[in-house]
Design a protein around this ligand. Structure first.
Ligand code: UDX
Ligand code: UDX
Length: 480
């Protein structure tokens, strides 16, 4: 059993603290937010993360997990201090290190004995050295401190499983012995451990998130190509993913990435690279494509509905991804703002993030369930792929809509079935609209009969859907 302190009881700190306590350590979780600590003491979670409440409750009960706002108390017996405070984006794209600096200074002021400080937060390359400098500047005695970078790779919604079954755990330090000691905390997980230098560990985190974001933007670009060429991006991703060198993960086309990490980490890496004199053009393209995914929805809606002024649009799902209530950089926020700027009325529904949504988007009308959301809507947009949306009574949904337009921003429905149900179904990269099929075919004058491409075109009848999109005006007659 080791004594640990975790600073920051957010998504990362709370998960990390609770999991280390569950591995048998004694953990003190510190947060400067007094109400947050009080509610944690009362057994209430400040965030929605599956399994977290039970994990916290169990470890509080066995006295392995305590909460405080007091640095002196938190550090009294600690051997290891994890910093997991937030590191948001600054206006120029760089990482805002205010909270990290403040945590480091507070540790230094309360330092009474040697400590290992571990940076869990995603921080720019060099921030480990910055923490060491701050400690040296503010400490009031000769207690020694080593700084270790141990970046988090926890996905919201599956953070506990990711902590307990990591693909790898990375450590970097100028003090290899300190890195070894931190690595030992993870030994019960039997995970692959990589120990490297401080700056390399810091960069591994950014490079990993930037690469995953690149995969997403790549498949989104392919989706746009699919729409023009009549292919189905879901099957393209499937086919690509079977190649072990590529892998199927992070190839779901749609509204693009959001959340507390990818947007800020890609931005911060681009900022760091540019400041260092590099030319990070790939990272810039990744961000541009991601932003464009949001705009595409507006363009598609305008294709179908014309002017959006006064139109009623329902957003199905508001969280940045399923199984979380987090709405940081969520596609729903961007899309709602874009729609409102076009004069549309926007409604929303989400299974768990309604309270967060009420604060983040006070002007949005929040509905009780998907059917209430769809009532009198000119279009419904699937923004978050919650499982419960996959089995909706779509006929009922359609009956209550003013116009049967369903924009599937996460490709959860089958285009053919949606056609059969009478929806004007607009997925992402699902082979429509085929505005220029003849010119494409003329480039390949002799298509092989019955080829994959030919049969696919036939099965999904994209020309029919394209026609439906272009000829939408006829379909609305009598519905307004
Ligand atoms: C984390 C990381 O630390 C960030 O770098 C990573 O890239 C994404 O995930 P997250 O856990 O999502 O951040 O942050 P958040 O949920 O905002 O929680 C941070 C907590 O730290 C808050 O509860 C805040 O009150 C607390 N905090 C902040 C402190 O205790 N001390 C401070 O000085 C600042
Ligand atoms: C991410 C990292 O994956 C994790 O390792 C850690 O560093 C924190 O940041 P998280 O943001 O919780 O985790 O979620 P993730 O599942 O990675 O999804 C991020 C965003 O990408 C979501 O908005 C999701 O909808 C989107 N996404 C994901 C896609 O658009 N397509 C995909 O194929 C996968």
């Amino acid at each position: 059993m080791r004594n640990l302190c975790v600073i920051g009881a957010g998504y990362v700190g709370l998960t990390t603290g609770a999991c280390f306590a569950d591995l048998g350590n004694r953990v003190t979780l510190l947060d400067i937010d007094e109400p947050r600590i009080q509610s944690l003491r009362a057994g209430q979670m400040p965030i929605y993360e599956p399994g977290l409440e039970e994990l916290v409750r169990r470890n509080v009960k066995f006295d392995r997990l305590t909460f405080t706002t007091d640095y002196a108390e938190a550090l009294a017996d600690a051997e290891f201090v994890f910093i997991a405070v937030n590191t948001p984006s600054r206006a120029d794209g760089g990482a805002d290190l205010r909270y990290l600096q403040s945590a480091a200074a507070s540790i230094a002021r309360h330092l009474t004995h040697p400590l290992i400080i571990i940076n869990k937060s995603t921080v720019p390359v060099g921030a480990g050295d910055l923490v060491a400098d701050i400690i040296a500047q503010h400490k009031r005695n000769g207690a020694t401190v080593s700084v270790v970078s141990n970046p988090e790779f926890l996905r919201e919604g599956s953070a506990i499983a990711d902590f307990l079954n990591p693909d790898r755990v990375v450590f970097g330090s100028r003090d290899p012995e300190a890195a070894q000691r931190v690595a030992q905390l993870y030994l019960p997980l039997r995970a692959r451990i990589m120990i490297t230098d401080l700056r390399t560990a810091e960069l591994i985190k950014y490079a990993s998130n930037a690469f995953l974001a690149t995969k997403i933007s790549f498949i989104n670009e392919i989706a746009a190509i699919c729409e023009k060429l009549g292919a189905d991006v879901k099957e393209v991703a499937e086919g690509m993913g079977l190649d072990k060198r590529i892998g199927r993960a992070m190839l779901d086309a749609g509204l693009g990435y959001g959340g507390s990490c990818f947007p800020k980490d890609v931005k911060a890496l681009e900022h760091m690279a540019a400041a260092a004199g590099c030319h990070p053009q790939l990272l810039r393209a990744v961000m541009e494509i991601n932003q464009d995914q949001r705009w595409q929805i507006i363009r598609k809606l305008k294709d179908v509905l014309g002017d959006l002024r006064g139109k009623s649009i329902g957003l199905l799902g508001l969280a940045f991804k399923p199984n979380t209530d987090d709405m940081r950089e969520a596609a729903s926020v961007d899309i709602a703002q874009m729609l409102q700027a076009e004069g549309a009325r926007v409604k929303g529904y989400d299974p768990v993030s309604m309270a967060v949504a009420a604060k983040a988007m006070p002007e949005m009308l929040l509905c009780e369930d998907p059917y209430e959301l769809a009532e009198r809507c000119d279009a419904v947009i699937v923004v978050t792929e919650w499982n419960e949306f996959k089995q909706l009574d779509l006929e009922r949904l359609k009956r209550s809509m003013k116009k049967p337009v369903l924009v599937d921003g996460r490709n959860i429905y089958d285009p053919e079935k949606m056609d059969e149900l009478g929806f004007i179904y607009l997925g992402t990269g699902r082979g429509y609209p085929m505005d220029d099929i003849t010119s494409i075919l003329s480039v390949h004058p002799e298509p092989v009969e019955g080829s994959q491409r030919g049969s696919r075109l036939h099965r999904h009848q994209p020309l029919g859907r394209a026609h439906a999109v272009q000829g939408h005006a006829d379909l609305w007659q009598g519905r307004d």
